[in-house]
Ligand binder design. Structure first.
Ligand SMILES: Cc1cc2nc3c(=O)[nH]c(=O)nc-3n(C[C@H](O)[C@H](O)[C@H](O)COP(=O)(O)O)c2cc1C
Length: 279
């Protein structure tokens, strides 16, 4: 229950695609933390100690320690803020490497995370690297804000000796970006997550629409392992499953263990009454 006037806190993990001590992208993130709306905490995550991506390094003991650390940070955070340079018309290797590590596994902390991106570069102002970054993030179901675009052309002309941002127009864009991210996070948090696990087209396409109208944010899948991984992440409020997935799997036990409500159905008709019965 939120009291009138009370500010709900939101937390954002920021990552810079540059390891340089005097990086303009890291300086942009520092400035963003200063202009973040009240109640939003922006924390810079360290990705410079990630090994180069190699799935052999992910063994039975889990991820390499630096990767496991940031996966945990991101899982607990409400949103993601990225700043990328542009190198040879694309996203920096440092940031791409981090995204590759964070994207693996059915329990990727990137999935459905609200995010905002920006970049400080040379003559092109990171237009192409941000385009490449959007493609990689969209592939991982990250919810990236479309506007405002923050493209810092010839980065060195907008900062002073101490790496403070000196350009009011860019500062205003950053403020708007952070407010937009805050709104996206609050919207995301206000909607409960539901997973529809089914193989028939009628259920896969019919039920999500009803669930959206009932106020849920929905993912529909026919992959039982993927659905189980979503439940294990602890973020799913409701699982709607066709009977065969429950009969042959342990997903109903997982639903009980994770406190996820379970509705078993093989028909769209009458579903809302069934849903009302368990609310
Ligand atoms: C190898 C290399 C390639 C670059 N390629 C581009 C480019 O394609 N487009 C661009 O806008 N800037 C390019 N730049 C400029 C960088 O994006 C710019 O120096 C930026 O400030 C680096 O980010 P940082 O200050 O956060 O370290 C390049 C710089 C280097 C060193």
């Amino acid at each position: 229950m939120v009291n009138k006037g009370e500010i709900i806190e939101t937390s954002v993990i920021a990552m810079s695609g540059s390891l340089r001590r005097k990086s303009y992208n890291t300086a942009l993130l520092r400035h963003a933390a200063l202009v973040a709306p009240a109640g939003m905490k922006v924390e810079l995550a360290e990705i410079g100690d990630f090994p180069l991506f190699n799935s052999d390094l992910h063994d039975e003991d889990g991820y390499p320690e630096p990767v496991a650390r940031v996966r945990r940070q991101l899982l607990e955070a409400d949103g993601l803020l990225l700043a990328t340079p542009e190198y040879n018309r694309s996203v920096s290797g440092v940031l791409k490497n981090a995204i590759d590590w964070l994207s693996t596994g059915g329990d990727s902390p990137l999935t459905r995370k609200p995010a905002a991106i920006m970049g400080a570069g040379g003559r092109l102002g990171t237009a192409q690297s941000q385009g490449a970054l959007r493609i990689a993030l969209a592939h991982n179901d990250v919810q990236v804000l479309v506007r405002p675009e923050v493209l810092v052309v010839n980065a060195w002309t907008h900062f002073d000796e101490d790496m403070n941002l000196t350009d009011d127009r860019i500062a205003e864009q950053l403020r708007r970006l952070l407010f937009g991210l805050d709104g996206q996070i609050r919207l995301h948090k206000s909607r409960l997550q539901a997973v529809v696990l089914a193989s028939s087209d009628a259920i896969l396409t019919g039920l999500p629409r009803l669930l959206y109208e009932a106020g849920y944010e929905v993912t529909a899948t026919s992959d039982g392992d993927w659905a189980a991984a979503q439940l294990e992440s602890g973020n799913v409020a409701l699982l709607v499953s066709e009977p065969q997935f429950v009969e042959f799997g342990s997903i109903n036990e997982l639903a009980t263990a994770t406190g996820t409500k379970l509705v078993v159905t093989d028909a769209v008709a009458g579903f809302l009454d069934q849903l009302d019965g368990i609310r």
